[in-house]
Design a protein around this ligand. Structure first.
Ligand code: SAM
Ligand code: SF4
Length: 400
């Protein structure tokens, strides 16, 4: 079994007004010590195993991983290769378009990065200001041009829709400008108003209108049609790609396969345990600096929460995650191979209900070309209506 590696980089130049990710502005002075701690966590994890693990994908997420220098990435990647066998079919990082230069992108490509996910959000200057992004639309054009010149053939752009009072034509202009840049992948996220963020506070005080879910649904449907017409295939509720360019790292998590999460606030799932690390940067660094190499895989001195996943929970998670994959869904055969029972033996009543409501459907042999695929056969998938009501479907697979 190959493991994906996720590294959380919790630093941002400025916190965007909508974001509640575990990330901090003005803490960049901690980056060198944080990189030391990450390298130590890699070593602790590797030493807790009887044999060398093979990595599947490597993903640096954030926060803003592009605040690390090429030297710092080199050190982390070198440490990974000292302790793991690298099969790495994909080495990605998330980058804020306002933080990159041509030289920087060239250096990353030389280090072995082959995929960049740029947080674009919008191409409208007013919307970018409203979101408190540090970049303008021209920075995005530059970042994409420089990334191409540096040799990157796999780019993702993140966009956010459903902003307060956002008209459909502004959203469609953003999607069109994104498509004009020919990224291999697009992630479209509906704005969530998060408690504790500036957007959350403004919404509570009535200083900002709440997003309109009907308008957001219209934007989602419009984008789905436009992207389909431009040869992007939807493969997950929020993700579209050119054929064969799905994000392999995220596919690993949606297929409920193991990944190790390293860094402050990172989550992981391995050896039947879900776990998460301490959130604060300073505590994370201290925990790793003062610890010995003794730990029980997949836990490290940074771990603060762990849950043993029972077979029942693993089945529920496999359904909830797998149904996010709009074309692949959950394979009946894979389910039996993994759990020794049929989907219908465990979830028969709920599945029958959801089929009757037109939210789920059985599909034969939905093959995603060029992506390593689990065995074929009948697959349970969300219908187009089910995609809009995904959360209601997933709720049916939670609980006893
Ligand atoms: C960790 S960030 C990506 C990289 C980088 N930090 C950036 O923003 O440029 C992941 C993505 O989550 C999305 N996101 C964050 N908070 C969100 C929210 N409240 N609602 C919808 N999407 C959100 C944004 O599209 C963002 O690009
Ligand atoms: S959206 Fe990205 S850049 Fe903005 S605060 Fe969140 S992680 Fe940082």
């Amino acid at each position: 079994m190959n493991y994906s590696l996720y590294f959380h980089i919790p630093f941002c130049t400025h916190r965007c007004a909508y974001c509640d990710f575990n990330t901090y502005a003005g803490q960049e002075a901690f980056i060198p010590a944080y990189v030391d701690a990450l390298c130590r966590e890699i070593e602790i994890l590797a030493r807790s195993l009887p044999e060398k693990l093979t990595t599947h994908t490597i993903f640096f997420g954030g926060g803003t991983p592009s605040l690390l220098t090429p030297k710092q990435f080199e050190r982390i990647l070198q440490t990974i290769s000292n302790f793991f066998d690298l099969s790495a079919p994909e080495t990605s990082l998330e980058a804020n378009p306002g933080t990159v230069t041509p030289d920087y992108l060239r250096d990353l490509h030389s280090l072995g990065f082959d995929r960049i996910s740029f947080g674009v959000q919008s191409f409208h200057p007013d919307e970018l200001r409203q979101l408190e992004r540090i970049h303008d639309p021209f920075d995005v054009f530059d970042a994409v041009t420089w990334a191409r010149r540096a040799g990157f053939e796999n780019l993702n752009l993140d966009l956010i829709y459903g902003l307060p009072e956002q008209p459909l034509d502004r959203w469609s202009a953003t999607v069109k400008r994104a498509v004009d840049l020919h990224p291999e992948h697009l992630s479209l996220y509906a704005l969530t108003i998060e408690h504790g963020t500036p957007f959350g506070r403004w919404a509570v005080r009535g200083l900002m209108p709440s997003p309109d879910p009907d308008a957001a649904a219209e934007m989602y449907e419009w984008a789905g049609e436009y992207l389909g017409a431009h040869r992007y295939e939807q493969y997950e509720i929020s993700n579209w790609s050119k054929p064969g360019r799905q994000c392999l790292h995220n596919l690993q998590t949606w297929r409920n396969l193991p990944y190790l999460g390293l860094g402050a606030g990172a989550h992981g799932y391995a050896a039947g345990t879900r776990y998460s690390n301490v959130i604060r940067i300073k505590t994370y660094i201290e925990r790793l600096a003062s610890s010995s190499f003794d730990s029980l895989f997949p836990l490290t001195p940074a771990t603060v929460n762990q849950t043993k996943i029972t077979s029942r929970t693993a089945m529920q998670e496999t359904m909830m995650l797998g149904l996010r994959l709009t074309r692949e869904g959950v394979s009946a055969q894979d389910f039996i191979a993994r759990f020794g029972v049929r989907i219908m033996d465990v979830f028969g009543e709920d599945v029958e209900d959801l089929l009757g409501l037109g939210l789920l459907e059985w599909v034969d042999e939905k093959i995603l070309p060029q992506v390593p695929q689990p065995a074929g056969g009948a697959r349970l998938c969300l219908t187009p209506r089910g995609r809009l009501l995904g959360n209601q479907v997933f709720l049916r697979f939670v609980g006893d």
